[in-house]
Ligand binder design. Structure first.
Ligand code: GRF
Length: 204
């Protein structure tokens, strides 16, 4: 099977990136990471890429006059590397129209809650504060909203009585590390089809 060419966008520690790298290296994922792009020079994700011989670049948003110009630079970098699927892994920016236009239904994100509950930057904290018994994580295609795109996969994680934001986040994170690769593998196998706002997963 042809390997799907990934471009990973990250802003920080990159543990989801690491899980994807590990699954590729273990032969569990028919993908190859062609480029890691960070909007933050200090992102540990860049070190992880380097350690594994993967090209990494810092694209500095401050060097561009606006969001569109910045995204245009990101798109050029993705196209130069012939990226097919863009994977957001802790990318702390709302994706704008330029990226969406160039990669329609070809951008995935992982969110640390069961969407549509608790979108935004504090999914784990919001779940603990609300008092839900179950939370989890969601892999979805990206559209122009905040964590609103068609849902691909979800994993449920129980919330324990004395959980705080950090303990719940850690439990969710270990599920994220499995779920993201599963979703990418479904894409690689050509099994994801978007119908309206739903994603249909075909049989193998
Ligand atoms: C994860 O919790 C992910 O769900 C969210 O940002 C965090 C990124 O963590 N989108 P990491 O950089 O992959 O370790």
């Amino acid at each position: 099977m042809a390997k799907v060419r990934l471009g990973v966008l990250a802003s920080g520690r990159g543990s989801n990136l690491q899980a994807i790298i590990d699954n590729i290296e273990a032969g569990k994922l028919d993908a190859e990471i062609k480029i890691v792009i960070c909007d933050n020079a200090a992102a540990f994700a860049l070190e992880r890429a380097q350690t594994h011989g993967i090209k990494g670049v810092f694209v500095n948003p401050r060097e561009y006059s606006g969001k569109s110009e910045y995204e245009q630079a990101v798109v050029e970098c993705l196209k130069e590397n012939r990226v097919e699927l863009v994977v957001l892994a802790g990318y702390m920016r709302l994706v704008g129209s330029i990226l969406l236009h160039h990669f329609p239904n070809r951008i995935m994100n992982i969110h640390p809650a069961l969407l549509p509950a608790f979108p935004g930057a504090h999914g784990q904290r919001d779940a603990v504060e609300y008092g839900v018994r179950f939370s989890g994580c969601t892999v979805h295609f990206v559209d122009d909203g905040m964590d609103t795109g068609p849902i691909i996969l979800q994993a449920v994680v129980p919330v324990i009585q004395d959980d705080d934001e950090d303990s719940l986040a850690a439990r969710i994170l270990s599920e994220e590390h499995k779920l993201y690769s599963q979703a990418i593998q479904l894409y690689a196998e050509g099994r994801l089809k978007i119908e309206g706002r739903k994603v249909k997963i075909s049989e193998q």
